[in-house]
Design a protein around this ligand. Structure first.
Ligand SMILES: [Zn+2]
Length: 208
């Protein structure tokens, strides 16, 4: 089971030097996992993608690069821009409001950069290689953008959710068969809500 997000402590010192202790992977797809690297969107908006090392490590843990990759200058800001474009579009979809063209354009630019794979001959054997030119970090971010495009640009968009807990801004993709998932994780927010409603029921009984 994927562990739930740990709550940020009240006395957390921000800005963080690294956000890696606060990453979580319950969104069901990389586009929304990336969105969730900005935490407490309803309150403190804590940046958890703090610098080049964070970006390289996040991409590695997301399985989008293997090993350690050099992060080109400006890539952190680009990753954040892509992240916020995905969130703006996803939030509009959830709210049922028009999706801003500017955020779609940002995601679209990354798709252009992805480029097709190439088939080359290596020692007499045909080998499929990733699109040459782009560095690994940009290629990985293009993969995130492609995931976002597949989600936003198809009926999958109806499965984008924000966790129902009032103190959680986690976005996730509801992959459940019935499409009724409410919590970012059952073990975290789902469980807390269950305990709360249980207490409320008991309180009504004893108090009334
Ligand atoms: Zn939650």
């Amino acid at each position: 089971m994927i562990p739930p997000a740990r709550d940020l402590p009240e006395d957390l010192e921000v800005p963080l030097r690294t956000g890696r202790d606060w990453w979580y992977w319950t969104a069901g797809r990389p586009a929304l996992d990336l969105v969730n690297t900005l935490r407490e969107r309803w309150r403190r908006r804590v940046e958890c993608l703090c610098g080049p090392e964070d970006l390289a490590e996040w991409l590695r843990r997301a399985g989008l690069v293997t090993g350690w990759v050099p992060v080109p200058p400006g890539a952190v800001e680009e990753a954040r821009e892509l992240r916020e474009a995905i969130d703006t579009a996803a939030s509009a979809v959830i709210a049922g409001t028009p999706v801003p063209a500017a955020s779609v354009a940002v995601i679209g630019r990354w798709l252009d950069g992805a480029g097709p794979p190439v088939l080359v001959v290596d020692d007499g054997v045909p080998v499929l290689r990733e699109h040459p030119g782009a560095d690994p970090v940009h290629r990985a971010l293009s993969a995130v953008a492609l995931d976002a495009a597949r989600m936003l640009g198809t009926a999958e968009r109806d499965r984008i959710r924000v966790c129902a807990a009032p103190d959680c801004s986690a976005r996730f993709h509801d992959g459940s068969p019935a499409g009724r998932r409410r919590w970012c994780s059952m073990a975290g927010c789902g469980n807390r809500a269950k305990v709360r409603s249980h207490r409320a029921r008991r309180g009504t009984r004893t108090g009334g």
